[in-house]
Design a protein around this ligand. Structure first.
Ligand SMILES: [Cu+2]
Length: 473
């Protein structure tokens, strides 16, 4: 094929994709007989792209050095990030499973954490027995998108880049030469890269007022940059009754479920919390507790525990197709940062469009339970409710000490139960270490077993019966 013909094919491919994505009148008329009828769209257009051999990106290496050999020798810190692409079956609410696609057997994929200025060496390996090719599109990089080309089963690809900009960035599968990218991402192939600012995070200022001799005045409080950190990634599932990806539902924005870190209602109370608070494993303390039993193991829902008057930092990414109106019931977002630039302070709700992120810094002043939600009611009731518990709102310290579960009163229940591992990002320069972590998340049994074998995490499904025995004896 000569250059001119090849160029024409590329233009046609882009026009077809534009019609798919944007449906402009112009591009529509270029595709004979093709209207934006949803029934035709995901059959005819995608079929045409298939027949053309897929969409090939033709941009030159125009932006930055990506040669690992060169980048590794320039005196920067080099961080290796190794991922695999694996299709696996994972559970969804209601005792069913779905056909998930994952980076390294978990949804979301592992979190990369580096410091601004580091070189990231990204290696994607697709096992020989994997059914399809996969790619890795890394939003933290500024390199030609040709680096994100898909990798076939049995093959490995590698690229390097300098993490120049601080912030939170999505990474996701780029499909098979872009085809099926929607399916791969919405089936679980997404994650985040956290790039810490080279000069560290800033102190947190929280605006308060005080009263003296009848005069009310500003009383600003400052918190050290070090914080207890969590990661929350929002997405949707679009599934058929058989647990397969439903592109028709996606094109219509009719999602089946709203997920946070891959699961609906993954951070709500479970039977152990029922026992501690209500004295009865079967008396639920929350309206929806779908992952309630010990038999769910790493999938049993867990709570996020923080101390009061503690600087908390949340890394949040909207991985999905629909907006996230991030709000914490009972709290105000003390600071909202995007790309290392403060966007807002003391705000109730912050909007994240698709593939957008933010860092929320806040302090929980009062002991209590606080629900982080996507304040879209359709999202809340289909899974986007995440419960934080600050301090000891249920007055459990005396009971736990008396029964010998803990030796002395604790500042948060994380000291007794740990925080869920999938909500905890890797440590950075300004991270406060979590007292303990429990094995939690939408991961395969193999991944959970590896975590358990490492000895770094609590397998609560083994510990809870022991604690329950102590509490009831
Ligand atoms: Cu993929």
């Amino acid at each position: 094929m000569n250059k001119r013909v090849s160029m024409l094919f590329t233009i046609t491919a882009v026009a077809v994709m534009s019609a798919t994505l944007f449906g402009s009148t112009y591009t529509q008329t270029q595709i004979a007989g093709q209207s934006l009828d949803i029934d035709k769209m995901d059959i005819d257009v995608i079929e045409q792209i298939h027949q053309m051999g897929g969409l090939q990106l033709v941009m030159p290496q125009a932006f930055a050095e990506t040669d690992c050999g060169i980048l590794e020798q320039i005196g920067r810190n080099v961080v290796e990030f190794n991922l695999t692409g694996e299709s696996v079956e994972l559970p969804i609410m209601g005792g069913k499973t779905y056909n998930a696609m994952t980076f390294s057997g978990q949804v979301p994929g592992p979190t990369l954490r580096v410091t601004q200025g580091d070189v990231v060496k990204m290696t994607l390996t697709i096992p020989a027995d994997e059914a399809t090719a996969h790619g890795n599109d890394m939003h933290a990089s500024q390199i030609s998108s040709t680096a994100f080309e898909s990798v076939n089963p049995g093959e490995t690809s590698q690229y390097c880049y300098i993490a120049e900009s601080a912030g939170v960035f999505k990474y996701h599968c780029s499909g098979v030469k872009l085809i099926g990218m929607d399916q791969h991402v919405l089936s679980g192939m997404y994650g985040i890269a956290i790039v810490d600012p080279i000069n560290g995070y800033k102190k947190l200022m929280v605006e308060k007022t005080s009263v003296s001799d009848g005069n009310v005045s500003l009383d600003r409080q400052f918190y050290d940059a070090d914080a207890l950190e969590f990661q929350l990634q929002y997405n949707q599932l679009y599934l058929t009754d058989e647990g397969n990806y439903d592109s028709r539902a996606m094109f219509q924005h009719h999602n089946t479920a709203t997920v946070v870190n891959g699961m609906q209602f993954g951070y709500v109370p479970n039977m152990a919390h029922n026992l501690l608070v209500n004295g009865d494993v079967d008396r639920n303390i929350f309206v929806a507790q779908p992952w309630n039993g010990l038999e769910y193991k790493q999938y049993q829902s867990q709570l996020l525990f923080v101390e009061t008057d503690q600087h908390v930092r949340l890394f949040i990414e909207n991985q999905g197709n629909e907006p996230v109106f991030f709000h914490i019931v009972g709290e105000i977002l003390d600071r909202v940062t995007q790309g290392n630039r403060v966007q807002s302070a003391a705000t109730e709700t912050w909007l994240l469009g698709g593939s957008q992120n933010m860092i929320v810094d806040l302090v929980f002043d009062e002991p209590g339970a606080y629900a982080a939600v996507n304040h879209d009611y359709a999202a809340i009731y289909t899974g986007a409710a995440t419960v934080f518990v600050a301090g000891d709102p249920f007055g459990l310290n005396p009971v736990l000490v008396e029964k010998g579960v803990i030796p002395a009163p604790v500042a948060s229940y994380a000291y007794a139960l740990g925080n869920p591992s999938d909500a905890v990002p890797p440590m950075g320069a300004n991270s406060i270490a979590h007292p303990a972590q429990n094995i939690h998340g939408l991961m395969t049994d193999d991944v959970a077993s590896e975590m358990q074998a490492s000895g770094d995490y609590i397998a609560l499904w083994e510990v809870i019966p022991v604690v329950a025995e102590m509490l009831t004896s």
